[in-house]
Design a protein around this ligand. Structure first.
Ligand SMILES: NC(=O)C1=CN([C@@H]2O[C@H](COP(=O)(O)OP(=O)(O)OC[C@H]3O[C@@H](n4cnc5c(N)ncnc54)[C@H](O)[C@@H]3O)[C@@H](O)[C@H]2O)C=CC1
Ligand SMILES: O=C([O-])CC(=O)C(=O)O
Length: 265
């Protein structure tokens, strides 16, 4: 049985915990939460669950799953990698910070461990990363969400979200700028950048659209391989209008793949 640490118990963490309850080869053995949240998480999961805010109190583990946002990623992922634990992560945009990216690289070398980023709310990363081998000259990502998906982000300073009557592009820039400025909304931009031509060459447009109810992600890429267009309309998780449910599903699938003798790569 694979013993798993869940970092963060929000909308994604709760889905992953629920989905893995029926797994025959993986179980959540511990939850790492913010200080002061231990009792609430234990109440939700039962007294037998290890709920801690401190890495020193963890039981033996085989894998960590990060779904705690950029701050949670920065706080725990390098330490866990250094400790020798493999990590599956969703907060890919945290790697737009150059110092954190190099800390992660050093920690995984020291710990002989690996960080794997799941495809999350987007798809097509297999094709895009294969295409990067031949050379890509253009990658554009458009992230379109309903108004409620941008609440609590800097979009609120650029737009009057409640009065928006048509789809409005409020950000155009690089994937690095997008990931750093919109940490809860532009992890997809970072994942695309890491699969394709990098944080600085990937162009990102972020759009608030009062006429849609799901999160829409579009990619256009061009290179030696030919042309690629990908689009997805992802329903949000009930607990968080910003996060597409597919993100949590991609974590569960990645856990399943580790236990499988046949893998699609
Ligand atoms: N790669 C992708 O396609 C996507 C990635 N994401 C990433 O997933 C993250 C989580 O998403 P949701 O679960 O919807 O958010 P959420 O806000 O519902 O849950 C985040 C949880 O992490 C906890 N947390 C925060 N800091 C922590 C720390 N230092 N240590 C432990 N726990 C901590 C919070 O208390 C909260 O329970 C997002 O912030 C984003 O970074 C989200 C959607 C798509
Ligand atoms: O879940 C989504 O649709 C995308 C998202 O929040 C992100 O890229 O951070």
């Amino acid at each position: 049985m694979q013993q798993i640490l869940l970092i963060g118990f929000g909308a994604i963490g709760q889905y992953v915990h629920q989905a893995l309850q029926i797994s025959e080869h993986s179980r959540i053995a511990a939850v790492l939460c913010r200080p002061g949240r231990e009792a609430a998480v234990r109440e939700a999961l039962g007294e037998s669950m290890v709920c801690v805010s401190d890495l020193s109190k963890l039981p033996p583990l085989d894998l960590a799953i990060e779904c705690a946002g950029h701050a949670g990623f920065a706080q725990h992922v390098p330490a866990l990698l250094h400790w020798g634990l493999d990590v599956l992560a969703v907060s890919s945009g945290a790697l737009a910070a150059r110092d954190l990216a190099s800390q992660v690289e050093q920690a995984s070398t020291m710990g002989q461990s690996h960080l794997a980023l799941v495809s999350g709310a987007i798809g097509g990363m297999d094709a895009l990363s294969a295409a990067s081998i031949g050379g890509l000259n253009r990658v554009v990502y458009r992230g379109r969400k309903p108004v409620q998906g941008w609440r609590g982000s800097p979009a609120e300073k650029l737009l009057v979200l409640d009065e928006l009557s048509t789809a409005t592009t409020f950000f155009t820039g690089s994937a690095r700028e997008a990931a750093l400025q919109y940490p809860k909304n532009a992890n997809v931009a970072a994942t695309i950048a890491l699969a394709g031509i990098g944080f600085d060459k990937t162009t990102v447009e972020l759009i608030a659209d009062p006429d849609i109810t799901a999160n829409r992600h579009e990619i256009e890429a061009q290179g030696v391989f030919g042309k690629l267009q990908f689009s997805i309309e992802g329903e949000a998780l009930p607990g968080n209008p910003r996060s597409s449910a597919l993100t949590a599903m991609s974590l569960v699938k990645a856990v399943e793949k580790r236990g499988s003798s046949l893998r699609l790569v």
